[in-house]
Design a protein around this ligand. Structure first.
Ligand code: S3P
Length: 444
């Protein structure tokens, strides 16, 4: 599948979601499994790896730097023959990070510690996303990274820099910034520490510890010392709660639904969507909680419920940062007004998720108003419409879910990027009861 193909989703209105489903592996954990597995000494076996295009960009980047990686097999097994922290080789070509902000930003940190130069490119969306949030603090550590004048990709990371540890007070609550600095810190002299303005996903810290690398967490301050080593480990990637979120909302808003989503990652830095939906009145039951490879996992049973509009607590924003497109659909289907503030980060995701959702919801007859740092949505009847995802995977899937409550069919254009995070979305959603089909136009 190439992005030269244009993909349109067409969703017939109505239906309900039923049965038991398992969504693909967690994107954040899958990226990190390749990065740390490659830098470990020994063999790392990964199961449940997300075979989305974003994570495959990370995998291909490490292959291009001389790491032998087997798989992924159809069932998501990957075997990484780690080369150690200093075993990467200069790639012959630029590294293509596709649509993936996580790859580009985390790799900016890792590449800063290498002996060779690396140039990293991205697609149209990634090429517009801000990189200074990582390149500026990394430069303070001694890294040499060139961006465009606008601070966007491509990134040219110069090798052979001497990195020194430092403390960074992060202005934005971003796991990508935190992770970029900690990964550069592996190569730095002395201690690297960051303070987060609010807790963000902590998969980097957890996985580093799993690989035997000491990382200290003291409230919002996270630190590590350079010069250590990573041992190898087995990683069982849980299902991505960000992908499960589409089905949590879908089963909540579609009358008659009862759905169990299995083996979902329940890391407390990721469960904001559950808290927000519960505040809205959703019927979510956490079943069978367990721990798998250092990450909490559970099955989530969702039953249809009458949702109400709420003021979303700002503290939950970083803990649900990727789930807002579909949460806005929940708000459109709720009684009353939903207000989101403190979420200006949504404007610099794969698209401007505030404006793009406002435009799409408005096309569906919903009163949705953008604010500089959020949105105000009045719940109401949803008519179907033709909307564009602006090549943003989560917008495409959010409007597909809206079809469950639309009066006439929903048509969503530019859905090819769904494969970046959720390969098989259409088949899985159709199997659960969403009347969705895909129309593909081969271009060129
Ligand atoms: C991610 C962090 C988040 C999230 C992204 C994945 C990660 O980005 O939106 O999808 O894996 O670290 P920010 O750190 O920019 O909020």
């Amino acid at each position: 599948m190439s992005h030269a193909d244009s993909i349109r989703f067409i969703v017939q209105p109505g239906g309900s979601l039923k049965g038991r489903i398992r969504v693909p592996g967690d994107k954040s954990i899958s990226h990190r499994s390749i990065m740390l597995g490659s830098l470990a000494e020994g063999t790392t076996e990964v199961s449940g790896f997300l075979q989305g295009e974003d994570c495959l960009c990370t995998l291909n980047a490490f292959r291009a730097m001389g790491v032998s990686i087997e798989g992924p097999t159809a069932d998501g097994r990957v075997v990484i023959h780690g080369v150690g922290l200093h075993g990467l080789r200069a790639p012959v070509h630029d590294l293509d990070m596709g649509n993936s902000g996580t790859s580009m930003r985390l790799m900016a940190g890792l590449m800063s510690g290498q002996a060779f130069d690396v140039r990293m490119n991205g697609d149209g969306s990634l090429s517009k996303r801000p990189m200074k949030r990582v390149t500026v603090p990394l430069a303070d550590m001694g890294a040499r990274i060139e961006t465009t004048a606008a601070g966007t990709p491509p990134l040219m990371v110069r090798g052979g820099s001497t990195l020194h540890g430092m403390h960074y007070d992060m202005p934005v609550a971003s796991a990508q910034v935190k992770s970029a600095l900690l990964l550069a810190g592996l190569y730095a002299e002395g201690e690297t520490s960051v303070t987060e303005p609010a807790p963000t996903r902590d998969h980097t810290e957890r996985m580093l510890r799993g690989f035997g690398y000491p990382v200290q967490t003291d409230g919002r301050r996270i630190s590590l010392k350079g010069g250590g080593r990573l041992g190898a480990m087995a990683i069982d990637v849980p299902s991505d709660i960000s992908s499960a979120a589409f089905f949590m909302v879908g089963a909540s808003i579609a009358p008659g639904s009862e759905l169990v989503i299995e083996h979902v990652g329940m890391n407390p830095t990721r469960t904001g969507v559950i808290e927000i939906l519960r505040l809205m009145g959703a019927d979510l039951e956490i079943q069978n909680p367990r721990e798998v490879g250092g990450e909490p996992v559970a099955d989530i049973r969702v039953r249809a419920a009458r949702l109400k509009g709420i003021r979303i607590p700002e503290a939950l924003v970083p803990l649900a940062i990727d789930e807002f497109p579909v949460l806005f659909v929940a708000a459109a289907c709720a009684d009353g007004e939903t207000v989101l503030t403190g979420a200006e980060e949504l404007r610099v995701k794969e698209s401007d998720r505030i404006q793009v959702m406002v435009d799409g919801l408005a096309a569906c007859g919903i009163d949705a108003r953008p604010t500089p740092d959020g949105i105000v949505i009045q719940g109401g009847p949803l008519s179907g419409a033709t909307v564009t995802s602006h090549n943003d995977h989560r917008i495409a899937m959010a409007f597909s879910i809206a079809g469950l409550r639309a009066a006439v069919p929903m048509t969503i254009d530019d859905c090819a990027t769904v494969n970046t995070s959720f390969p098989g979305f259409v088949a899985l959603a159709a199997g659960a009861g969403l009347a969705i089909r895909e129309q593909r136009t081969v271009q060129g």
